[in-house]
Design a protein around this ligand. Structure first.
Ligand SMILES: Cc1cc2nc3c(=O)[nH]c(=O)nc-3n(C[C@H](O)[C@H](O)[C@H](O)COP(=O)(O)OP(=O)(O)OC[C@H]3O[C@@H](n4cnc5c(N)ncnc54)[C@H](O)[C@@H]3O)c2cc1C
Length: 407
């Protein structure tokens, strides 16, 4: 123990890049910079991640629809091949349903989009296990756990202070999620709005085959219901329900939840049976628009840089696109420019602006349009869905954007 007068000895850790965070986006950023030849320190919080239950962990209720941008990046990093493929479900079709007596509809399929598959449904646990396995073999990646207490930036780089160590890097990447500590240290302001909805998630088996189709119902009063295909005869629910309904759903059993879903899914998927009745989770939904994706010697990626409504299943995909762009921009910098050079970071922010803005506007617009339970809006949105379904050019552009890099 140090006496009050003895100086505290701090470890000094030096690397090109310091990544703050330990979610899927932080791990992917670490792998991508390591593959590009940079040395990386990845700072995780001290609280251990919740460990999987012993024995068969069952199917994770946190699943992501990953697009071609995510697939291509994870393949290049040799992570896609390390996923447990038996637990990944390709999405071959997407069926969107409007609400009310004259419900509109919109259908996409992989064949019409000239692609092998529209997306892949991957469990959070499967993704993180593959990323952890790849990180074990990644050269020049140092994993540090601790609580960051300060971030100091200067002309040559940045210093992250921990209780017992100091991390020095040319660039700090904030991959620390929606409540980003890094973003807070840089005084980057943000626009925030709660949707007054919670996403209720759980897994079910379905009586009829889902044929690789993702179903979505825009119900108006009851929010937005998505049933995503899992391997075999299973589906994963994401129900973006208004807060009051979400509280009711939370208080009910998974069987009651299945009974409510029958009204929508029954004709297509037959009877739904809860896979693990005790596993129903919920997430409050918000939109967060930070005013900048960079600050001197700092870049933000993933939810630290933008949080969108999950109705289009694209938050994580946007994060993967951030990572790919950040690493590309830094690799392509002029030889005289440093990794954290202001102009290089400005190029990254510019390159991501349109994609991020488009996704924010689209998801926010749809959440508002389909969240209101008003008859005139119901007519307009159902008309819009039907019209879009009959406009192949516009539909193709929309699909191509949703697919990511393949589209
Ligand atoms: C219901 C729901 C369904 C969704 N479905 C999809 C989908 O189908 N497809 C899709 O693309 N996206 C989807 N998303 C969005 C997706 O979940 C997020 O965009 C994604 O998880 C963000 O990843 P991240 O790594 O940036 O942030 P997070 O997953 O939040 O990870 C941040 C990490 O940083 C760590 N951290 C926090 N503070 C610190 C600190 N001070 N120091 C060190 N570490 C810190 C945390 O422990 C955490 O591990 C969905 C979201 C919801 C709510």
């Amino acid at each position: 123990m140090n006496s009050p007068t003895s100086p505290t000895v701090r470890r000094l850790i030096q690397s090109d890049i310091c990544i703050v965070g330990n979610g899927a986006i932080a791990k992917t950023t670490a792998l991508a910079f390591s593959q590009a030849g940079q040395s990386v320190t990845m700072l995780s919080p001290t609280t251990p991640a919740a460990s999987a239950p012993a024995g068969d962990p069952g199917w994770d209720v946190r699943v992501y629809a990953l697009n071609h941008t995510a697939h291509d990046l994870l393949s290049a990093l040799k992570v896609w091949g390390a996923l447990d493929a038996a637990r990944v479900a390709p999405v071959d079709a997407m069926l969107v349903n409007g609400d009310g007596a004259h419900a509109g509809g919109l259908a996409f399929d992989a064949y019409g989009a000239h692609t092998g598959t529209l997306a892949w449904i991957v469990e959070d646990r499967n993704l993180n296990q593959a990323l952890d396995a790849a990180l074990k073999f990644a050269p020049n990646v140092q994993l540090v756990s601790g609580r960051a207490s300060g971030l100091v930036r200067d002309a040559d780089g940045a210093t992250v202070h921990l209780d017992d160590a100091t991390i020095r890097a040319a660039l700090v990447v904030g991959a620390d999620g929606a409540q980003s500590w890094v973003r807070g240290q840089c005084d980057i302001g943000l626009d925030y709005r709660a949707y007054g909805q919670c996403a209720v998630v759980s897994n079910f088996t379905c009586e009829l085959p889902h044929h690789g189709a993702a179903h979505q119902w825009f119900t108006g009063a009851e929010g937005i219901i998505a049933l995503l295909p899992l391997p075999g005869n299973m589906v994963s629910l994401v129900w973006s329900a208004p807060d009051v309904l979400a509280a009711t759903l939370r208080g009910e059993s998974a069987d009651q939840l299945a009974a409510r879903l029958a009204a929508y899914a029954g004709p297509k998927l037959g009877t739904l049976t809860p896979l693990r009745p005790e596993l129903v989770r919920d997430f409050p939904l918000v939109i967060m628009r930070p005013h900048a994706m960079t600050a001197p010697r700092v870049a933000l990626v993933g939810d630290a840089a933008h949080v969108v409504h999950p109705l289009a299943g694209h938050g994580m995909n946007l994060g993967f696109a951030d990572v790919a762009q950040l690493v590309r921009t830094i690799n392509e910098r002029e030889p005289q420019r440093a990794i954290g050079d202001e102009r290089v970071l400005a190029r990254y922010a510019r390159a991501r602006k349109e994609d991020v803005l488009l996704m924010q506007l689209t998801t926010d617009g749809l959440a508002r349009l389909f969240g209101a339970d008003l008859e005139p809006l119901r007519v307009v949105r159902n008309f819009g869905l039907n019209l879009l379904d009959k406009l192949p050019m516009l539909k193709r552009r929309l699909i191509s954007h949703a697919l990511g890099s393949q589209g």
